[in-house]
Design a protein around this ligand. Structure first.
Ligand SMILES: [Zn+2]
Length: 610
């Protein structure tokens, strides 16, 4: 069970949070009218349909339908619970959540994820103090010095060390009263048949891995000698998902945004070396292939140029071919930078310095030209060599979905190897999947959508709700006429009732209602209706109300007529149903203290009835 956070604290945090600032941490926004638009971080798209309205404190994506307030955004972005999102923002804006809420008994009720963050944080503190403050840490300090790492960089990235032995961390965590099952769940402690417990990381330099909010989600460990495995990572846990984590991103995000360029390296030391020498726009993959989620995370930080950095041609060729579909699906291009043998990024930057690195990075080739060049280098330009080059490039070119890009690559390759373009095209043709159409945005199936009206009056009811959300002065008008109680559509009715009951600040109503919404569909519907522009003037709003009430009245009339017909035909079953419907309708009107006459004379007239 989640920990209870008092309503007023939630409000304080919500008021302190700047939704524009929070969203901008990962999404580039451009002002457009009273909104800010950007590429949706939650689905793939080429044209922005993600909108933020800072004055109402809400966001909404017209592409995939997600929406809500600042809490919903953080929950979705970081995959966390509501209380966690409140706490994340509280920390960010320096708001303290009442002390008693953090008592030991309350702590036990904290979600598992939060407990895991806490364990990781404890462990990080332990590893760090061993590295910096203990005699045992000297060997690791010397090792880092030898690799050219400064104390400042080790400090900034919270590096640590754990000496050789089976239970250094286990004993430390027990001493901190951390339950063993939790320590085991964090992946830091391993057990054999549930009894013999031992540390996962032994005699290793430790690299804490953080999420975007700087919480420690896992660890990487590297040996100091030649023993194997050279690198070891935390297993996946409820807080650590490798395909969604990039080492260093929480620190380098700002540089990525400023340069719009990212260098993607493979190792921890590669990243630290580049960063230390001023190449701060860098992230490291964590022993996994680059995923679409990685690319998307980087795009959200404003990256438009991706440079994959490798220390050998073989590694580059291998990874490049695999990553074509990944980049393509996210509509971005990537370049490949292979450093001259025998250098890795770490040794390269120490030998040649950052300026050289930058200029090499600028000269880096796109994935396809890079693969073509390396195939030519490998096979040469003899007749057999050229055939082998075409053979190697067939599947690569077949993977390029954009037909214009593909034909340009084919022309380029044909020119490079001195072969007729048509002949190359013919060879490649068999590798182009037949069904391949134009690249489309990711399908939206399986996601809860914005509510689609189900009733006869749904469209008008939707407009009335939008009107109340955007023109708070209309709320009183609607209340006076009890309009919401006529609503047939259950979703619009529940939102309408929430608005009627709302008594707070009108500017933040939409944002607060999304917190109160009980289900995802309602939340999305509120954000969609509150953020969308309705081109209404006040007069039109009044007309809309009038039209709606008139239609409901007509409906009542037609009901009476249908009842008469059913009586004539003696259709008992239909008759019962219609009478019931009519009773419901008049009950609503009566509850609202309205007669039909009163509605017509109420002064909200002026429009045409439908
Ligand atoms: Zn979206």
């Amino acid at each position: 069970m989640a920990l209870y956070i008092p309503e007023d604290v939630i409000e304080t945090v919500r008021n302190a949070s700047d939704i524009l600032e929070i969203v901008s941490e990962g999404v580039q926004l451009k002002k457009s009218g009273q909104h800010f638009m950007g590429l949706c971080p939650f689905h793939s798209e080429k044209t922005p349909s993600f909108s933020v309205n800072p004055s109402r404190g809400i966001f909404h994506c017209f592409g995939c339908g997600v929406g809500g307030n600042v809490f919903s955004f953080i929950m979705k972005r970081d995959g966390i619970s509501f209380p966690e999102s409140v706490r994340t923002l509280a920390v960010k804006y320096g708001i303290s959540i009442p002390e008693k809420e953090m008592s030991p008994s309350a702590r036990r009720e904290e979600s598992e994820r939060e407990a895991l963050y806490a364990v990781n944080k404890e462990a990080m503190g332990y590893f760090k103090s061993v590295l910096f403050k203990s005699d045992q840490g000297k060997i690791a300090r010397d090792y880092l010095k030898e690799r050219g790492m400064t104390a400042a960089i080790a400090e900034e990235f919270n590096l640590g060390y754990v000496p050789d032995g089976w239970d250094h961390l286990s004993r430390y965590l027990s001493g901190r009263k951390i339950p063993r099952p939790l320590a085991e769940k964090s992946g830091l402690i391993v057990s054999k048949n549930g009894e013999r417990f031992y540390d996962r990381f032994r005699n290793r330099i430790i690299f804490p891995i953080c999420d975007m909010s700087q919480r420690v989600i896992g660890f990487g460990g590297r040996v100091l000698d030649q023993s194997l495995p050279k690198y070891l990572n935390s297993p996946e846990t409820p807080v650590y998902n490798k395909s969604r984590s990039l080492y260093g991103l929480s620190r380098t995000r700002q540089a990525l945004r400023e340069t719009e360029t990212v260098h993607i390296v493979e190792g921890y030391f590669d990243l630290l070396a580049l960063y230390m020498h001023g190449i701060k726009n860098v992230v490291a993959t964590l022993g996994t292939a680059l995923t679409r989620e990685h690319v998307r995370m980087l795009s959200r930080c404003g990256v438009t140029k991706f440079v994959l950095v490798f220390d050998s041609d073989d590694a580059g060729v291998h990874a490049a071919a695999r990553s074509i579909p990944v980049f393509q699906k996210e509509y971005v291009n990537a370049d490949i930078l292979v450093l001259p043998s025998p250098h890795d990024p770490d040794s390269y930057i120490r030998t040649f310095g950052p300026e050289h690195f930058r200029s090499e990075s600028e000269k880096a080739l796109g994935i396809v030209p890079f693969l073509a060049d390396s195939a030519i280098r490998k096979h040469g330009l003899s007749i057999e060599g050229r055939l082998a080059v075409i053979n190697d490039m067939k599947p690569v070119l077949g993977m390029v979905e954009d037909s214009v890009a593909r034909s340009l690559y084919i022309r380029d390759l044909a020119h490079k190897i001195g072969v007729d373009e048509k002949a190359v095209l013919e060879k490649v043709q068999e590798h182009i999947p037949e069904t391949q159409g134009p690249v489309q945005d990711e399908p939206r199936a399986g996601r809860p959508q914005v509510h689609v009206q189900v009733s006869r009056f749904g469209d008008m009811e939707r407009q009335i709700v939008a009107m109340m959300l955007q023109y708070p002065q209309m709320i009183e008008e609607c209340r006076n006429h009890g309009v919401v109680e006529y609503f047939e559509d259950p979703c619009f009715k529940s939102i309408g009732r929430m608005i009627m009951e709302y008594r707070g600040d009108m500017n933040t109503m939409a944002s607060i209602l999304t917190t109160r919404a009980l289900d995802e569909e309602t939340r999305r519907t509120i954000s969609a209706l509150a953020i969308g522009d309705i081109p209404y003037l006040y007069k039109n709003c009044v007309n809309l109300l009038h039209q709606y009430i008139t239609s409901r009245k007509k409906m009542d009339n037609s009901l009476s007529q249908r009842i008469r017909l059913a009586e004539e035909r003696n259709d008992q079953e239909l008759l019962i149903r219609l009478i019931h419907e009519k009773n419901m309708l008049s009950k609503t009107m009566k509850n609202n203290g309205l007669s039909q006459k009163k509605i017509l004379n109420s002064g909200i007239g002026g429009g045409k009835s439908i």
